[in-house]
Design a protein around this ligand. Structure first.
Ligand code: CA
Length: 233
């Protein structure tokens, strides 16, 4: 079969072993102008990601070969693929998996059963955020923290600290508005790109992970009880 490839199209890798779900995702994403590749096995998906990194990954958690959490761990550990946006597909009530997924660096998640429309909206929101990241180029500083947007580098006391794509955006928002309280709702909207249907604990999970990476500078991210967070300038 001859497959034509349009290089300008964002390419979505759908890693899902349930054929009917994969087919619905593929149909709806292709209709929106995305190029879609489907892979039902986790281990083979990792090979695809390494050989030809997609624009975004839609990832089911229960997979043959290599499960979704382990796959995420391996993608995030490899600096060539660490910033690839990942949207996880979780069964409803698999809250533990969801939290672990975000801890590992997934950018978003969708609980099954989801509507195809919802998937398309989330995928577009994540891609929009990723693009914005590469278009704005200031450098922010606060204490020993330094965020170089163009170089996509984050330094603590002169040492580079690797951040996931979401952590980087969160840090950029906090540093760009240092001294001002940012509510969880505002952060969800500005960092994650949408405001409804999301647990505010998503924000807390990412803040916790960021603080761990900041070492002595962790205190610079202040919790404002009942409201949200503020970066001390
Ligand atoms: Ca599955």
């Amino acid at each position: 079969m001859l497959v034509s490839r349009d290089v300008s199209k964002p390419r979505i890798l759908v890693i899902e072993d349930e054929a009917d779900i994969a087919e619905i995702l593929q149909y709806n994403l292709e209709r929106e102008g995305f190029e879609v590749e489907v892979e039902p096995r986790g281990d083979r998906a990792l090979e695809i990601v390494r050989r030809r990194p997609p624009t975004l990954i839609l990832l089911d958690l229960m997979l043959p070969g290599l499960d979704g959490l382990e796959l995420t761990r391996m993608i995030k550990r490899d600096e060539r693929t660490a910033t690839l946006p990942i949207v996880m597909l979780t069964a409803r009530d698999e809250e533990v998996d969801r939290i672990v997924g975000l801890e590992l660096g997934a950018d978003d998640y969708l609980a099954k059963p989801f509507s195809p429309r919802e998937v398309v909206l989330r995928v577009k929101a994540v891609l929009r955020r990723t693009r914005q990241d590469s278009h704005q180029a200031p450098t922010y500083e606060a204490g020993d923290l330094r965020l170089d947007v163009a170089g996509h580098r984050f330094l603590v006391d002169g040492d580079e600290v690797p951040l996931t794509a979401t952590e980087f955006r969160l840090m950029k928002v906090l540093m760009g508005r240092s001294g001002r309280v940012q509510s969880r709702a505002r952060l969800l909207s500005d960092v994650w790109g949408y405001a409804e249907d999301v647990d505010s604990r998503t924000v807390d999970t990412h803040i916790r992970r960021l603080r761990r990476k900041l070492g002595d500078e962790a205190k610079r991210i202040e919790t404002v009880i009942g409201v949200g967070y503020r970066l001390r300038a």
